[in-house]
Design a protein around this ligand. Structure first.
Ligand code: G3H
Length: 489
């Protein structure tokens, strides 16, 4: 059991003796998949939230603080110290990723390693920005020395599906650009921050990183209502983002970096390589049980190939192995949200009541904390699974005869993150790509949707995102261009 009984404020790991909350896992090493108690975390109150806010505000000191004014090389040194210490915690963090959120071993290891790489890439990108800012520009007799400066105090909130990686892709660029941070770990995937607390505490000056535990509403509300937050950095859902934004007393004058929902479609054209399309759609829909914002969440398949696609796809889904995250070859794992199997069942029932069938034999089979992925066809617009971001193991398939059908749906959608396009004919693909890039932000040719490599822009249109998070773009998102100008004289 891991009892987290401190929180990080003012550079100090403060002991907490008040209310705590139990953290459960939906994993158990026995085959009944009953819940397991993993540990406890503090349930801090408004007083501690304000303490964290004061600590970060002081570290920033309206731009005059130690952190925003620190030399580039010194900030880099802090980050290097942190990542060196973080690397020694790999085994513990990977184990907690498996236990807390049920991510399988290869993906948990990948999440950790990818995050370490992200930190190194961010350091390099930051050096590049610094080198660029060393260049002088001259226009109409005015010399300019361009720099990038911090924005202020950042409230950072991450999601449960990538509690390390996604959160750190906000936290790390915010910090390196000179912004102090208040970070509340996700509700699920919270204990895995514990092994890193010492590293945060010893690598950064006091007040720069503040880590608080507890209910989002209790902690985030007073922080937002104070009006002292300069940037809201959140990867999660738009309801939370909207609620937090509305608490900011200065209204819309709040900078935000948001990664939100998506309903990424795959479009399978008549000339697609079917084996490849099936394989990529399996990975796209069901990696980490479909709990990815980048997951494929609806498959549009041309009517001329739908029968064959459905047959192969449904068969392959049934071959996927379910098991505990550390089991060799386990692609499907228990779902960390206890209410998720019930929600997925509701979507299946609703679709069936409106005329869809479950195509795969195991679709909808349940065990404790798990529901086997259901492949639903034919799915129509009146079904909940067509509209809602399922974020779990259920796959709606829609047949189309005219390419305008999926394009119209995408244009009408509230989301616009990515699309996967499967086909071979360049003359068909090329104009289609020109349209699709205006509907989403990334078109994946003959491959499933994904965020990586992390140097590429990660963003979306409409309700899917606000701001951009590639390694380089994130540095820009958490800073502002400033410059020193001097006249020729
Ligand atoms: O949940 C959204 C993640 O950013 C997805 O990342 O495509 O690498 O799984 P991924």
């Amino acid at each position: 059991l891991l009892h987290q009984n401190t929180y990080l404020v003012n550079g100090e790991l403060k002991p907490w003796k008040g209310e705590t909350a139990e953290v459960y896992s939906t994993i158990s090493s026995t085959s009944d998949y009953k819940q397991t108690l993993l540990g406890t975390i503090p349930q801090l109150g408004e007083k501690e939230a304000k303490e964290a806010l004061d600590s970060a505000t002081l570290a920033y000191d309206n731009g005059k603080g130690l952190w925003p004014t620190m030399k580039v090389g010194d900030r880099i040194a802090c980050m290097e110290t942190f990542v060196d210490q973080m690397k020694t915690k790999r085994e513990e963090v990977v184990k907690l990723l498996m236990w807390e959120i049920g991510k399988n071993l290869p993906d948990s290891e990948k999440e950790f390693d990818r995050t370490v790489d992200y930190i190194y890439d961010t350091i390099e990108a930051y050096k590049q920005i610094d080198r660029d800012s060393a260049k002088f520009e001259k226009n109409s007799g005015v010399h300019a020395h361009i720099r990038r400066g911090p924005l202020g105090v950042v409230l950072c909130l991450g999601p449960y599906n990538y509690p390390l990686n996604e959160t750190f892709t906000l936290l790390i660029p915010a910090l390196i650009m000179g912004n102090p941070v208040i970070f509340k770990p996700a509700k699920l995937g919270v204990l895995l921050i514990s092994p890193l607390l010492d590293a945060f505490q010893s690598s950064f000056p006091e007040g720069v990183v503040n880590i608080v535990y507890g209910r989002g509403r209790v902690l985030a509300t007073p922080i937002m209502q104070s009006g002292k937050i300069d940037v809201l950095a959140l990867i999660g859902n738009s309801n939370s983002a909207n609620a937090l934004q509305s608490q900011h007393p200065k209204g819309n004058r709040l900078r935000m970096v948001l990664g939100l929902e998506a309903k990424n479609p795959a479009i399978v054209l008549p000339d697609a390589d079917l084996d490849l399309a099936v394989e990529e759609c399996i990975a796209g829909t069901l990696s980490f049980n479909g709990q990815r914002c980048t997951a494929l969440k609806v498959l549009y398949v041309h009517e001329s190939i739908i029968e064959e696609f459905n047959r192969r796809f449904a068969y392959k889904v049934d071959q996927l192995k379910f098991g505990n995250p550390w089991e060799e070859g386990a692609k499907l794992t228990p779902l960390p949200e206890v209410d998720k199997p019930g929600y997925i069942q509701e979507l299946i029932d609703d679709a069936k009541a409106k005329g869809a069938k479950v195509l795969n034999k195991k679709g909808g089979e349940t065990t404790e904390n798990f529901i086997f992925p259901a492949v639903l066809y034919p799915v129509s617009k009146d079904m909940r699974v067509f509209k809602e971001e399922q974020f779990g193991p259920v796959i709606p398939i829609v047949s189309f005869s005219d390419i305008e059908e999926p394009l119209d749906d995408m244009a009408e959608s509230n989301y616009g993150q990515q699309v996967s396009l499967f086909g071979k004919n360049v003359h068909t693909l090329s104009p289609l790509i020109d349209t699709l890039v205006n509907l989403v932000c990334r078109v994946n040719l003959n491959s499933s949707c994904q965020r990586g490599p992390d140097v590429y822009p990660f963003t979306g249109r409409k309700d899917s995102a606000y701001g951009t998070l590639s390694v380089h773009d994130a540095l820009r998102s958490f800073s502002i261009r400033t410059f020193v100008a001097a006249k020729d004289n």
